[in-house]
Design a protein around this ligand. Structure first.
Ligand code: NPQ
Ligand code: MG
Length: 371
C-alpha cells in the first residue's frame, strides 16, 4: 500500500452568527482541506483531511495561508519521498520539521481517512470505542450585552446542549458568568474559556469565579506560562484546564506533573494529529486527568473525526463538539453533525465516517492546488 497527497483546497463558509473570543471576531471561516489517495493492489481510494488553522495566526501561530505554503513546499515533498507511506508513518516522517502541528495533522488525517476507507474500517472501529454517542457541549462567544448572551444561551439550552462554555476576557467575566449561572440554575454544567487573555496579576480577580460552581477555567494565562497556571490552580478551587499550552505529549506530561493541568482539552490539530491525540488521551487516563475534546469551528469532516475520538473512555467530560448548524447554515458533508437529546452520534461509516457534498464543496471552493 502507498499513500499520496493529491490536492489542497481552500473553502470559505459564512458563520451563522459572529463568534467573538478574546483574540477576535469571526464572521466567516476559511478552511484548508487535503485530499489523499491510497493504492492497494491497483485499487485507488481517496480520503480527506481538514486543517484547523484559523484565517489569522491569533489562536496559535498557524493560519490558513501559512499552512498551505508549508504543506506545499515542505511537508508534502517529504511525504512524497517515502516508499509505501502509511498514516502511521506521517508524524515520524514530518518530525524533523519544527512546528506546524495543524498542517501535519491535516495531512495525516487525509492519509488515515483514505487508508481506513480502503480497508472498509471506521476510525471508531480502529480506536475500539464502544459508545455510540457522546454528550454535546456548546461554546458561546462574547456578546455585546449580557441580555444578548442570555438570549443566546437560552437558545442553546433549547437546542439540547448539555454543557455551556462561555468565552471570557477582562471586562467580560464575573458579570456575564454570574448572570448565566442565575439564568440556567445550579444544575446545568458551566465552564469558561479565556484563550490566554489574563496575566498572573489577575489571580485574585480570577479566584472570584470560584463562586459560580464552574467545571473549569480554560487557559486563563499565556500558552508558555505553565508555572502561572500551576500557581493559579493552587489559589483557586475551580479546576484549571489547559488548551493552547498543550502542544505535545511532553508538554501535557510536564503540565500535569507541576500541577498546571487539572483537566485537559485535547484538540488533534493542536498536537499534530489524531494519533498523537490518542496517545495524549492514554497518558491523561493513566494520570487520572479528565479530558474532553475541543473544537475549532470544523466542518463535518473534523466534527465526525472528533466525535469518534471523544468516544474513547478517558473523555469523561463533555466536549465542544456541537451540531454543524451551530456554526454553518450548510455543511460540506451530506449528513451534517446533528445534536439529538443533547448527544452527537459516533460515526460508523468507513474512514472518519462522513460523505462529502461535492457540488456544494465546489461552490464554496476559493482555491485549489493539485499536487
Ligand atoms: C477554543 N474553540 O476552545 C476554540 C477557539 C477558537 C469552539 O471555543 C477560527 C479558527 C476561529 C479557530 C475561534 C471554541 C476560532 C478558532 C475560536 C478557535 O479555544
Ligand atoms: Mg479553548
Amino acid at each position: 500500500m502507498t499513500a499520496v497527497i493529491r490536492e489542497l483546497r481552500e473553502i470559505r463558509l459564512p458563520l451563522v452568527s459572529p463568534f467573538q473570543t478574546s483574540f477576535g471576531v469571526q464572521t466567516s471561516r476559511r478552511i484548508l482541506l487535503v485530499r489523499a489517495e491510497v493504492d492497494v493492489d491497483g485499487v485507488t481510494t481517496e480520503g480527506w483531511g481538514e486543517c484547523v488553522a484559523g484565517d489569522e495566526p491569533t489562536y496559535s501561530a498557524e493560519y490558513v495561508d501559512g499552512a498551505a505554503l508549508v504543506m506545499r513546499t515542505v511537508l508534502i515533498p517529504r511525504l512524497a519521498d517515502v516508499v509505501d507511506l502509511t498514516a502511521a508513518d506521517v508524524a515520524t516522517v514530518l518530525e524533523p520539521v519544527r512546528g506546524h502541528p495543524m498542517a501535519k495533522a491535516a495531512l495525516e488525517m487525509a492519509v488515515l481517512d483514505a487508508e481506513l476507507r480502503s480497508a472498509g474500517q471506521s476510525f471508531a472501529g480502529l480506536l475500539g470505542v464502544t459508545r455510540d454517542r457522546i454528550p454535546s457541549g456548546v461554546s458561546v462567544g462574547i456578546h455585546e450585552s449580557v441580555a444578548a448572551l442570555e438570549r443566546a444561551v437560552a437558545g442553546y439550552l433549547e437546542d439540547g446542549y448539555v454543557r455551556i462554555k462561555l468565552k471570557i476576557e477582562p471586562g467580560w467575566d464575573l458579570e456575564p458568568v454570574g448572570a448565566i449561572r442565575r439564568l440556567i440554575g445550579p444544575g446545568v454544567p458551566l465552564q469558561v474559556d479565556a484563550n490566554t487573555a489574563y496575566t498572573r496579576d489577575d489571580t485574585e480577580h480570577l479566584r472570584r469565579l470560584d463562586e459560580f460552581d464552574l467545571l473549569l477555567i480554560e487557559q486563563p494565562l499565556p500558552e508558555d506560562d505553565l508555572l502561572g497556571h500551576a500557581a493559579l490552580a493552587r489559589a483557586a478551587t475551580t479546576p484549571i484546564c489547559l488548551d493552547e499550552s498543550l502542544v505535545s505529549l511532553t508538554s501535557v506530561s510536564d503540565a500535569i506533573e507541576i500541577g498546571a493541568c487539572e483537566v485537559a482539552n485535547i484538540k488533534p490539530g493542536r498536537v499534530g494529529g489524531y494519533l498523537a491525540a490518542v496517545a495524549i488521551h492514554d497518558l491523561c487516563r493513566q494520570r487520572g486527568v479528565p479530558v474532553w475534546c475541543g473544537g475549532m469551528l470544523e466542518t463535518g469532516i473534523g466534527r465526525a473525526a472528533n466525535a469518534a475520538l471523544a468516544a474513547l473512555d478517558g473523555f469523561t467530560m463533555t466536549g465542544d463538539i456541537s451540531a454543524s448548524r451551530r456554526f454553518y447554515a450548510r455543511d460540506i458533508v451530506t449528513a451534517p453533525i446533528d445534536v439529538v437529546d443533547g448527544h452527537v452520534a459516533v460515526p460508523v461509516g468507513p474512514g472518519f465516517g462522513f460523505e462529502l457534498d461535492l457540488a456544494f464543496l465546489d461552490e464554496v471552493t476559493t482555491a485549489r492546488i493539485e499536487v
